[in-house]
Design a protein around this ligand. Structure first.
Ligand SMILES: Nc1ncnc2c1ncn2[C@@H]1O[C@H](COP(=O)(O)OP(=O)(O)OP(=O)(O)O)[C@@H](O)[C@H]1O
Ligand SMILES: [Mg+2]
Length: 228
């Protein structure tokens, strides 16, 4: 297992346990637990119809929340081989990662990196050399997850957007829960509907919608300023 040191990141300083953001994510975490009808959340895929809706940010914050309040180890996987972000958010190296596992260069357990956050491990995207479509094969993905599930209680999977590329529909096959992030005030209804149709056609088990950016669209929604 590689030892990686992450640096202080403003995203995390705003994510103290009693911050409004952290409280909201704790709610999302509890909701996923109740939707799964158990205290255990297994593979959660974070998806969206189009680019830039907040998948990577939400994946990271949800993974931190799972590592804080879950019952065991949490793994965050960057499966966006085309425009990976998780390594940038956590300020760790992109290599070696999922692309290298899929290429057969390393074993899944060898790609796991430590973070500064207790109980949170990461598999970064690695270097796909522009071969994402060729690397993301159903059988290979299934065998990678089978191996990782022995070690981790929860696996949070960041993915590319659904409508432009097919990658996340392959990842979808190993997800127990899919969160479709919708950026409020930005994503058009027809595009969201198209993404939902594609996910459902791919045989989704448990699809849930998560609205991001509500604060900017409905300024009084949270009311935190009123209380704090
Ligand atoms: N609720 C939010 N409030 C403010 N900024 C946000 C919020 N959610 C995400 N962002 C910002 O929006 C940008 C895009 O977010 P992010 O990279 O998480 O989206 P993404 O869906 O993963 O994008 P891509 O499809 O390119 O992978 C980032 O700069 C992120 O910091
Ligand atoms: Mg992203």
């Amino acid at each position: 297992m590689k030892k990686q040191k992450s640096h202080k990141n403003p995203l995390f300083s705003k994510f103290q346990t009693d911050s409004p953001e952290a409280i909201e994510f704790r709610r999302i975490f509890s909701k996923i637990q109740s939707l799964n009808n158990s205290q255990q959340i297994k593979n959660v895929m974070i998806s969206s119809a189009t680019a830039g809706e907040g998948k990577s940010t939400i994946s990271t914050l949800l993974a931190i929340t799972c590592s804080r309040y879950g019952n065991g180890k949490t793994l965050l996987i960057d499966s966006d081989l085309r425009r990976p972000q998780i390594h940038k958010i956590l300020k760790i190296e992109k290599e070696t990662g999922l692309a290298d596992i899929l290429r057969g260069k390393i074993q899944p357990l060898e790609a796991i990196k430590n973070t500064d956050i207790k109980n949170l491990k990461v598999i970064t995207a690695g270097n796909s050399n522009g071969s994402a479509t060729r690397l993301l094969k159903v059988n290979k993905i299934k065998s990678v997850f089978t191996e990782l599930q022995w070690v981790f209680e929860t696996i949070i999977i960041d993915t590319p957007p659904i409508v432009p590329v097919n990658d996340s529909l392959i990842i979808n096959l190993v997800a127990d829960t899919t969160l479709l992030v919708i950026k409020a005030g930005k994503t058009q209804r027809e595009i969201v509907k198209r993404a939902i149709d594609l996910i459902q056609d791919a045989g989704v088990k448990n699809l849930n919608l998560l609205v991001n950016n509500l604060n900017n669209v409905l300024p009084y929604y949270y009311g935190y300023k009123y209380y704090k």
